[in-house]
Design a protein around this ligand. Sequence first.
Ligand code: SF4
Length: 316
Amino acid sequence: MREFGFELALCAALEREGHLVSRQLGGHVHGRRVLDTVVVHPTDAVSRRAAITPERLPTTAIEADVGPGRARYWKDAFDCHPDRAERATELAIERGFFERERHGGRTYVRQTARYPDWIEGITAIENKPDLDRPGDLQTQLRTDVSLALVDRVVLATADYVTRAHLNRIPDEVGVWRFDPESGDREIVREATDLPTDEAGVELRERKPLRADVRVVSAAEKASARTRLAERAYGKGWRSFDYPPCANCSPDADGIPHCTWKDRPVRASEECGPDCEGHEKADAPTVDGEALRAERTPWDPDPAGTRRRQTGLDRFL
Ligand code: SF4
């Protein structure tokens, strides 16, 4: 449970610095890797991205051969399974990225705005408050560095970092010492920029005496980076519940602090009538969206980029 509170405190500290932060996102292409914390560093074009929708946009729609000019017959615009193309088209329309027109009984689509080049870089952070319980840390960090899906990989810890600790992790990995109480962050070692625009090698599974690896092309990585950044943009980091308990007192960042345990709590695992401190109450209401909007370029309620309302032509 210490890791949960540590992770939320780090997310809050990074958000207070104006970063787009998210957590628990897939950081793989073919394998299975969940990244603890993801920070997307935007370019100035983020305001144009924010103007489209506060939600995730489907990568399939972003990569489709659909522009903001002349509308195209939707089936001609995708190079993938028609079901996937249809799902992406519907979602893109719903979220105001595509608008549709009807020509000769067929649906044509165009972008409401050109998808901007808004992703400057991505940092993935592995949270390990307690370095004496490293778990699978070395393998995870080696996998991230070797795939190089993100620009920088960082290990964040609350512990004092010794030379021996540093020697056990790949040289490219940056190391931060973070104090979840004060929010102070010390950069013990800078992360090295990874070659995100080259092919990478992904560890898919490690078995005794055998590692299942796969080469991932630069194009596959580019696609997965867009997907990761879009997920981070849409999700944010406050994807947890607040317990319906009088002892939950969210702090100024919206972290679900429990006054009885005197630490942040994960409601889904720790809270309920079985907890000795439980006192039934309404779950606290926190406007996490307002906090995020105030501190970062994310806009919860943009005017949208649709040129006209599509009301009668919902037929895809
Ligand atoms: S249920 Fe227990 S752990 Fe959860 S907020 Fe209440 S006192 Fe704290």
